[in-house]
Design a protein around this ligand. Structure first.
Ligand code: PGA
Length: 241
């Protein structure tokens, strides 16, 4: 695992954004796995800046988002679909036909999982998968548990995740209680994984990721089994290691 430590989240955004821009310059039709949350916003900002400066074009990329809330209309301002258009897709030249999301309102999660896996495979798999990390060590919405699901599945969010995500909603009661998420095996099929973490509230999770034994009680610890993982974090997130 390649661990890179930076001063603050702006520097993380630059480092991770540059990595994505380099991947796209090297292979203009590459497939990116994207994530939501507060952490990747500076990365997306950097990609937008580079696009606006004429340094990179995203017109031939394909994207797949990692997860999506259930029981939230796609157009709701807090859906991950809306998040991605607000923070990235509406500001770059990506082809809207090539951006892919899980349908959090499906009544058949198994069929939706199969559809998504087939769509990813039909594009040749994900080249670079972006991940955040939960305070509890979740990746995507793969929450700590005795067992972790392999493939894309419906998940009941933990109280800790609901509380963490309530900062984006008017109240905790409004946070969806379920989500669809790519499973661990689906994520691990990506050729490269890039995990970002900033802030002291991620320090325990980063400490576990770097030092603890592999355990489903902290899903991020499984990442040491993947052959190409880069962790980009700030000094606060690394402060307990
Ligand atoms: P955050 O979420 O970037 O908003 O902290 C990360 C995650 O829960 O995976």
């Amino acid at each position: 695992m390649d661990i890179r430590i930076f001063k603050n989240e702006a520097e993380i955004g630059k480092a991770a954004g540059q990595l994505f821009c380099d991947a796209v310059k090297e292979n203009p039709s590459c497939v990116l796995g994207l994530a939501t949350g507060a952490t990747p916003v500076p990365t997306y900002n950097y990609m937008v800046e580079e696009y606006k400066a004429g340094n990179v074009s995203f017109k031939d990329i394909t994207t797949f988002n990692l997860d999506e809330y259930c029981d939230l209309p796609k157009e709701h301002k807090n859906s991950y679909y809306s998040f991605m258009f607000e923070n990235l897709f509406s500001k770059i030249d990506v082809n809207a036909d090539n951006v892919n999301f899980l349908d959090g309102n499906t009544d058949d999660p198994e069929a939706e999982s199969a559809r998504y896996a087939e769509a990813i495979a039909s594009k040749g798999g994900i080249d670079v998968q972006l991940l955040g990390i939960g305070r509890n060590g979740h990746i995507g919405f793969n929450e700590p548990d005795a067992e972790l699901e392999r493939f894309t599945h419906l998940v009941e969010l933990t109280p800790d995740t609901i509380e963490a995500n309530s900062r984006f909603f008017a109240s905790e009661a409004e946070v969806p209680k379920h989500a669809l998420t790519m499973g661990i095996h689906s994520v691990f099929k990506a050729r490269k994984i890039l995990l970002l973490a900033s802030g002291k509230n991620k320090a325990a999770a980063i400490n576990a990721l770097v030092k603890s034994n592999i355990t489903t009680a902290c899903p991020a610890t499984l990442l040491c089994l993947h052959p190409d993982v880069t962790v980009i974090c700030d000094e606060d997130a690394y402060s307990l290691v």
